[in-house]
Design a protein around this ligand. Structure first.
Ligand code: F3S
Length: 104
């Protein structure tokens, strides 16, 4: 599966939604997550993210993000159409430790 990671938080560009063939993105206030059981591993979303926030969970160190994606895909609503990204998305791009500061 692919997972959405820290840099999505408060960037939330949503370009990933448009290309997903199985509509497996779920929306929180500040970020999206992927439902690991629905993701078919096609990989088309990974290069679409301007914040480079989508990674295959085969990369080392992503256990926490697999857990976050799994947990919140069950709690948050499905999102299948792109909306307007936050106006200040660019200011948060690349900021460290966004999960601890802003996750919701
Ligand atoms: Fe987030 Fe990137 Fe999608 S910032 S909403 S994973 S395009």
């Amino acid at each position: 599966t692919y997972v959405v990671t820290d840099n999505c938080i408060k960037c939330k560009y949503m370009d990933c939604i448009e290309v997903c063939p199985v509509d497996c993105f779920y929306e929180g206030e500040n970020m999206l997550v992927i439902h690991p059981d629905e993701c078919i591993d096609c990989g088309v979303c990974e290069p679409e993210c301007p914040a480079d926030a989508i990674k295959p969970d085969t990369e080392p160190g992503l256990e926490k993000w697999l857990q976050v994606n799994t947990e919140y895909a069950e709690k948050w609503p499905n999102i299948t159409a792109k909306k307007e990204p936050p106006a200040d998305a660019k200011t948060f791009d690349g900021e460290a430790g966004k999960f601890e500061k802003y996750f919701s």
